[in-house]
Design a protein around this ligand. Structure first.
Ligand SMILES: Nc1ncnc2c1ncn2[C@@H]1O[C@H](COP(=O)(O)OP(=O)(O)OP(=O)(O)O)[C@@H](O)[C@H]1O
Ligand SMILES: [Mg+2]
Length: 342
């Protein structure tokens, strides 16, 4: 089959338009002990109205990527196109306008809300920044937003500590929605919440997405969790994308050995099937992003590592329709006839 790289996507009529396109994005941090390659050349698109889930172990660069996409961090290299415009090239005025379209919901609803501000101040601040409402209208708008996220409008004068974790995350969601964004980076928005509350917040995000036509980049630790939320899922390892496909495709036909290992760790509800589940246990720890392995970053833990994996970095390729992977097992030149056939 023809392999096409992400840089020149051939679009057919069924393809939706990309709202966000990330091209060869890098974010390096200069630290006292060296350069941390937190995001190391990633390329992907996010379609209008979809949820793209991003998973990977702690430290693989998920948050850094989310923040660099929103230009909360400057990119070291590469592009982020939002509706075709390069976010990292905008001047201050255009950037301010674009900030209305792109918002973030944070992992920790305790740390991300100022404890000295009331709910009215917190949500109002977002409205003021973009001159969206004043006086009586402003207060009404804030109360509408509270209703929208399932909170009581009469709680407008309360402080964050007067709410539970789940309610605080709802305040964070209301703050993001105040400016009527098109795109929201949700950075592990439910990880800090009780399991019993997690589904409620996920359902709220899903309902809001449907009602308001929102597009999400949804960051999570765990593949089992993102499956239900995401239309497509991307798997990251040590600053790079390992694989990206629709949720169904990724769970049914994982191609990258890392994705296969992550999936094999998820318990299956059916006890019969669960008994026969084969677990792929990865040896060793994730290497340091300051000094990643040569060639394929995953090769030091990969059960299928070959000689070429240490020498040549795998290319990010669309090996099946809408299914991207960076692995030599699916590289025609290296693997010859072992290449996957649909
Ligand atoms: N401001 C910073 N300065 C230096 N290094 C950083 C900075 N922020 C992140 N890093 C490093 O970059 C790498 C990626 O971190 P990041 O927080 O993006 O990972 P993550 O996938 O979000 O992890 P987690 O699942 O724990 O939230 C890590 O090695 C981290 O230590
Ligand atoms: Mg993070």
């Amino acid at each position: 089959m023809a392999v096409k790289s992400f840089d020149s996507p051939v679009r057919n009529e069924s393809d939706q338009e990309y709202l966000v396109e990330v091209k060869n994005l890098k974010k390096y941090f200069q630290t006292g002990s060296g350069v941390v390659k937190a995001v190391n050349n990633v390329s992907f698109g996010i379609k209008r109205g979809e949820t793209l889930g991003v998973v990977g172990e702690s430290g693989c660069g998920k948050s850094t990527m989310g923040r660099t996409v929103l230009r909360l961090y400057d990119a070291t290299e590469g592009q982020v196109l939002f509706e075709g415009k390069d976010v990292h090239k905008l001047g201050q005025r255009d950037l301010k306008k674009m900030r209305r379209d792109m918002q973030m919901i944070f992992q920790d609803p305790y740390a991300s809300l100022n404890p000295r501000m009331t709910v009215e101040d917190i949500i109002g601040e977002a409205l003021d920044l973009h001159n969206l409402a004043s006086g009586k209208k402003r207060r009404e708008r804030i109360q509408d937003l509270l209703r929208l996220v399932g909170l009581k409008p009469e709680h407008i004068n309360r402080f964050p500590h007067e709410f539970s974790g789940g309610q605080r995350q709802r305040i964070g969601i209301a703050r993001a929605l105040a400016v009527e964004p098109k795109f929201i980076v949700c950075d592990e928005p439910i990880s800090a919440l009780d399991v019993s509350i997690q589904a409620q917040v996920v359902n709220l995000l899903k309902d809001l997405q449907r009602e308001m036509g929102l597009t999400y980049l949804f960051i999570a630790h765990d593949l089992a969790m993102v499956k239900h939320i995401s239309d497509r899922v991307a798997v990251m390892y040590l600053g790079k994308m390992a694989e990206l496909a629709s949720s169904e495709e990724l769970y049914e036909r994982p191609l990258h050995p890392y994705t296969q290992a992550l999936l094999s760790a998820i318990p299956i509800p059916d006890p019969e099937v669960e008994r026969t589940r084969e677990r792929i246990v990865l040896e060793g720890d994730v290497p340091s992003p300051m000094n990643p392995p040569s060639g394929c970053h995953f090769r030091t833990r990969c059960p299928h590592a070959m000689e070429s994996c240490a020498k040549i970095e795998p290319v990010w390729q669309e090996v099946l329709p809408e299914h991207f992977v960076a692995c030599h097992l699916y590289n025609q030149e290296i693997m010859g006839d072992k290449v996957l056939r649909p």
